[in-house]
Design a protein around this ligand. Structure first.
Ligand code: 3HC
Ligand code: NAI
Length: 695
């Protein structure tokens, strides 16, 4: 028997333990070990029942994601689960930690399930562009009903042990030690002579077809472009229409189709890149690097970002001092915090007690002295170098030695900000995205002198507050905004050359972004974009400066959704409509600039938006701003709504072929006669040597 599964006879009960760190993934060794253990239990006449349990870190996180893409290796999980379910002796799953994907499918193959109160369970395969492929779509609806199963399978929702008990997914909770409880439970089953319950033998409740149709409609709206959720619905539907075995065959066929699909490859790439991004390559070898304790956080500036950042820490149970220069702004900031929590509470996402607890963790103040005890201070004041340097000078004076000083700057040079202090090695960027309490990305920016320990702490704290942290180095706009600027520039140029905001937005929406650049600008605020443009005017080229459509819209007081008008017009419910006034403004602008408007194709729009971003991504790698292409993809997936089913800009570039991108860049370089289109040396080299971003 493989070592990753142990068999221990405890009297008449066999304790079968999966031990495959870190997450008990069901690798080939585990699968064969499990099948062998069950057979051994069957054959051993002293054994009357078996308990299946996971190690320290949990029951199992499911199929080994790293095995996908390779030819399937025997035994298949499906067959192992069949062996478990067919066992004549009762098999009890004892679930602690996580039982996810194939892990939960193994538990569903057992005859009884008990769980520790802090366990969580789910079938999140859909998030990897898959469906549960080891009987989950056929067994779960038989056990907990079609509606609950649809929610868990189509949305990949993870449920708590308490909820699992209510749903009938587990038979009992084990508040004390799980192992002892499970052994007692098994002895009880043996003593009672209770027959084994095979989930596959249960009838699946018939379901009204409208349930499936409603789900399809929701998925097409909410998960636009994704194939897997639709296949998940079809598989659950099969459970209601077909006998178990036939349903299983249908599930298997769709699983194999999805596993081989480009979408699933892209989503698995996204999953693994996110995990890789959490590790900083040049620090991995230095095992001695620890992290600094962060028990109290300070946030300076209670504006849009500061309030959201404070909420992130309060949500994680970390006390936070919110310090503002302006008392009215502080009051407004706290009112915003309360309003946001109240909204979550109204949606049922938070109890009154939890809301009160979180609000109480945010301590507002107009006195900087309050920051003296903070272990980490995050500055979120106006985006001006001098203002930020002044704040950092003050922080350096007030904060205790060893406290980390971070800036939420969107563009500014962290090294210049660090210069204002006598502790540059404790200074770094922690770039949150708006709204900070919602957006998952955290771009951590290490300065030239930032200590490894400080970097490691920022990564750890990012994970603690539920963010996806990515470590980057200093450059203008870091990874995300630097690449975004390329897309923005071309979007405006195309407006003056003949396109409309709605045409450009539609092309990017159809590509899979939640919205295009102009709808985005209206949401974020035309005034915010305008301020940013003003602060950067000196760095703009003459054409960029002359292309002042944003300035003209700003001058009309059209600040976007909040004023009912921006690039579009908005009704009271914030529904968007095209505004002829804006079209006239753009046409007039082209005329003034003597640019003859022409029909711009959707293909050109897509290429001019995406290819300069890919080119910039290559430059970021070339300059060492990031260590891996995956870091760039994660930034775009988590911070800018790049569709996960395309895997991020660089993964996408590999799929369409780097020579295609390269040739298009050269083509636009000729058309526009502009060095801006010159392919990055790295891209050129990769094309010449037939390489890709990902080997
Ligand atoms: N297979 C292989 N490796 C896995 C894995 C899996 N299913 N799940 C996690 N890992 C690896 C991660 O890549 C990471 O490796 P690394 O240290 O080398 O980077 C390590 O385990 C730890 O993972 P996390 O950093 O994510 O640890 P957390 O403690 O934050 O989270 C978790 C643990 C909740 C289990 C999370 O890893 C997770 O959600 N995993 C994926 C679960 C999943 O999607 N399961 C379905 C798999 S598909 C399937 O089962 C198909 C079946 O239906 C046939
Ligand atoms: P904001 O204008 O909403 O808030 C700034 C707040 O800082 C104001 O309330 C102001 O009174 C306060 N402030 C100014 N000087 C101060 C001082 N010396 N001490 C204490 N408080 C002071 O600005 P916003 O949008 O929150 O931006 C803050 C920072 O976050 C900027 O660097 C910005 O570039 C960055 N950022 C902004 C994003 C956004 O979408 N708004 C996204 C990511 C980063």
């Amino acid at each position: 028997m493989a070592e990753s599964v142990s068999f221990d006879a405890r009297g008449e009960i066999a304790l079968i333990k999966i031990e495959n760190p870190p997450v008990n993934a069901l690798s080939q060794a585990v699968r064969s070990g499990l099948a062998a253990a069950i057979c051994r239990g069957e054959q051993d006449t002293r054994i009357k029942a078996m308990v299946l349990i996971g190690g320290e870190r949990g029951f199992s996180a499911g199929a080994d994601i790293r095995e996908f893409g390779e030819p399937p290796r025997q035994p298949l999980l499906l067959d192992v689960i069949d062996v478990i379910e067919r066992s004549s002796k009762p098999v009890i799953a004892a679930i602690q930690g996580t039982a996810l994907g194939g892990g939960l499918e193994v538990a569903l193959g057992c005859h009884f399930r008990i769980a520790s109160p802090d366990a969580v369970m789910g079938l999140p395969e859909v998030k990897l562009g898959l469906l549960p492929g080891a009987g989950g779509t056929q067994r779960l609806p038989r056990l907990i009903g079609v509606s609950a199963a649809l929610e868990m399978i189509v949305e990949g929702t993870v449920v708590s042990a308490q909820r699992a008990l209510v749903l009938g997914l587990v038979d009992e909770l084990a508040p004390g030690g799980l192992e002892a409880h499970a052994l007692d439970f098994a002895r009880g089953i043996v003593a009672s002579g209770k027959p084994v319950r095979r989930v596959s033998m249960l009838d699946c409740e018939p379901s009204d077809q409208s349930v499936f149709e409603a789900y399809v409609e929701t998925v097409e709206r909410k998960r636009r472009g994704y194939i897997a959720p639709l296949r998940c619905i079809a598989a659950v539907r099969a459970a209601t229409e077909l006998p178990f075995k036939k349903g299983l065959e249908r599930e298997r066929a769709m699983f194999l189709e999805l596993a081989a699909s480009p979408q699933s490859k892209a989503q698995r790439h996204a999953f693994l890149s996110e995990r890789a991004a959490a590790k900083i390559p040049d620090m991995r070898a230095k095992t001695a690097i620890g992290t600094l304790p962060i028990d109290l956080v300070g946030v300076v500036g209670a504006g849009t970002m500061g309030t959201g950042i404070a909420m992130c820490f309060a949500n994680a149970g970390v006390p936070v001092m919110l310090v503002e220069a302006n008392a009215d702004n502080l009051e407004r900031g706290m009112a915003l915090v309360r309003k946001n929590y109240a909204r979550t509470m109204a949606r049922g996402g938070l109890s009154q007690a939890e809301m009160d607890k979180r609000v109480a963790l945010i301590r507002p103040s107009v006195s900087n002295d309050q920051l003296a005890q903070a272990d980490l201070v995050i500055e979120a004041v106006f985006e001006e170098l001098e203002v930020k340097q002044k704040v950092f000078r003050m922080l350096d004076q007030i904060c205790k030695p060893g406290a980390i000083l971070a800036s939420n700057t969107s563009y500014l040079n962290i090294d210049l900000i660090a210069d204002a202090t006598a502790r540059p090695e404790y200074v770094l960027g922690m770039h949150f995205f708006s709204p900070a309490n919602v957006m998952p990305l955290l771009e951590n920016v290490r300065g030239a002198r930032t200590l490894p320990q400080v970097c490691a702490t920022a990564m750890k704290i990012g994970k603690l507050i539920g963010k996806t942290p990515v470590m980057v180095r200093v450059c203008d706009g870091f990874v995300g905004n630097r690449m975004l600027a390329k897309r923005t520039r071309e979007s405006y140029f195309m407006l003056e050359e003949g396109a409309t905001p709605q045409q450009i937005d539609k092309v990017l929406y159809d590509f899979g972004f939640p919205m295009g650049p102009f709808a985005m600008s209206d949401l974020a605020g035309v005034d915010v974009g305008w301020l940013n443009r003003q602060s950067r005017l000196a760095n703009l080229t003459s054409r960029e400066r002359a292309c002042d459509i944003l300035d003209q819209i700003h001058a009309l007081g059209r600040f976007g959704q909040k004023t009912g008008a921006g690039f579009y017009r908005y009704d009271a419910d914030r529904h968007r409509s095209v505004d002829p006034e804006i079209e006239a403004l753009i046409v007039n602008h082209s005329k003034k600039r003597n640019i003859e408007r022409r029909q711009i194709s959707d293909v050109e729009i897509l290429e001019r938006c995406l290819y300069p971003m890919i080119n910039e991504g290559a430059k970021l790698l070339e300059e060492g701003i990031v260590d891996r292409p995956g870091d760039i993809d994660v930034v775009w997936l988590k911070g800018y709504g790049f569709p996960a089913f395309l895997g991020g800009p660089l993964f996408y570039a590999d799929q369409i072929g780097l020579p295609v991108v390269y040739e298009a860049l050269l083509k636009y370089q000729v058309v526009h006669g502009d060095q801006y289109w010159k392919p990055a040396a790295l891209l050129e080299n990769m094309v010449r040597s037939g390489k890709r971003f990902y080997t």
